[in-house]
Write a protein of this length. Structure first.
Length: 91
C-alpha cells in the first residue's frame, strides 16, 4: 500500500489538498497525517510513474495521488479523517 507521511513542524495551521478529489484537511501545528491508497487502484496515467506528487504553496501542500478510486487520510493515531478535518470557521 503506497503511503506518505506529512508532518506540520510549523507554528501555523496548514491545509492539505488531496487531488483529484479536491478534498481538504487542515493540519494543526505538530500534527502528522498519513495519506495512503490500495496499490491495485493505481492509475499510472494520472501522474506518471510515481505514487504521489506534491506541490507546496504558502498555505500548505497539494498532494496528487496515483489512485483512481479512493485515498485514505489518517492522523497520527491512525484514525481515518474525513474531508474538511479541522476546517476553520468562515466569517
Amino acid at each position: 500500500m503506497p503511503k506518505i507521511r506529512l508532518n506540520n513542524t510549523s507554528d501555523k495551521t496548514l491545509v492539505v489538498f488531496v487531488e483529484p478529489w479536491a478534498e481538504e484537511y487542515w493540519m494543526r501545528p505538530r500534527e502528522s497525517f498519513t495519506i495512503e491508497f490500495d496499490a491495485s487502484d493505481a492509475a499510472e496515467h494520472v501522474i506518471g510513474d510515481t505514487d504521489f506528487e506534491m506541490s507546496w504553496h504558502d498555505q500548505g501542500v497539494i498532494v496528487w495521488t496515483a489512485s483512481a478510486i479512493e485515498v485514505v487520510v489518517r492522523d497520527q493515531s491512525g484514525t481515518r479523517l474525513e474531508g474538511g478535518h479541522h476546517r476553520p470557521p468562515t466569517d
